[in-house]
Design a protein. Structure first.
Length: 284
């Protein structure tokens, strides 16, 4: 897996909090993935120019105003399962026809917001998802607006679809594929855990990051569907496995840093987080 410097830097700063991270530690972390220090410095300058990072104090950077709101939403995957309710058959609907399609940047932001809430296009300009999230339509509308959905879009509850349309709405997601992904992701993480102790520390830390990257991305973009559309128990087990893996991976990175003769490294968040690339252009 080839990591772009900007993606790894944003990931590191996502984990660092408001104080940010020292440049030397960012360089040390990137070096574990074969990224040269000069490439890191160039990426830092460009990210700052884009408003995605900013100087927190001399020699340190933190997430900037353009990245921080999305970073907070991404980090909510850890508690997503707590916000899922039983489903009564109603739908959250979003009608975006009034928002237009000519502004490509705005369309990318809109599509990212809809994807992160698990909405799928049912008819041209009309997106649906089950109404099974805590807070209902009010909470979904507020989150979509925070993620950049144009306020011209109409967000409402739809109910009592005829049988044909209800069946078609339920088929917008491949529930079987999602359930398989939960199970296979959990297996990969558990297999890594059984062999991690036999790996060299640097190799184990790299593997932990790469596996965590894929697993967390699965959860960030998961539509959080109710039963019977997906295997909810498999999703919960997967989420528990990802949480355990993230903690194990962060412990590895901390040991790598604190070991005698250890590197100046920062602990990444195990998620390749780039708001302008990985998320806005995601294929979901």
């Amino acid at each position: 897996m080839t990591l772009r410097p900007r993606n790894l830097i944003l990931n590191i700063l996502l984990a660092a909090g408001s104080r940010g991270q020292a440049v030397r530690e960012v360089i040390g972390s990137c070096a574990l993935f074969g990224i040269r220090g000069n490439s890191v410095r160039v990426a830092l300058v460009r990210l700052a120019a884009d408003g995605l990072i900013e100087v927190s104090e001399r020699g340190r950077y933190r997430l900037g105003p353009r990245a921080a709101p999305l970073a907070r939403d991404v980090a909510a995957w850890r508690t997503a399962e707590d916000r899922v309710l039983d489903w009564d058959g109603r739908w959250i609907a979003v009608h975006v026809a009034a928002s237009g399609r000519s502004n490509r940047a705005a369309v990318r932001v809109r599509n990212r917001a809809l994807a992160m809430l698990g909405l799928r296009e049912f008819e041209r300009g009309l997106y649906l998802r089950p109404d099974n999230l805590a807070g209902g339509v009010t909470a979904v509308r507020a989150r979509l607006n925070r993620l950049g959905l144009d306020t011209a879009a109409t967000v409402f509850v739809a109910s009592e679809l005829d049988a044909t349309r209800d069946t078609r709405a339920r088929s917008l997601w491949d529930g079987q594929a999602l359930s398989r992904a939960y199970r296979s992701t959990r297996r990969r993480l558990e297999q890594w855990a059984t062999k991690a102790g036999s790996l060299a520390p640097e190799a184990a830390a790299r593997d932990a990051f790469i596996l965590g990257n894929d697993a967390i991305r699965l959860l960030v973009f998961d539509p959080m569907l109710p039963a019977p559309l997906v295997d909810v128990d498999a999703r919960r087990a997967c989420a528990d496995a990802v949480l355990a893996h993230e903690e194990a991976g962060r412990a590895l990175w901390r040991r790598l840093r604190l070991a005698p003769g250890g590197r100046d490294v920062a602990t990444p968040r195990s998620f390749e987080f780039d708001p302008l690339q990985s998320l806005e252009r995601a294929s979901v």
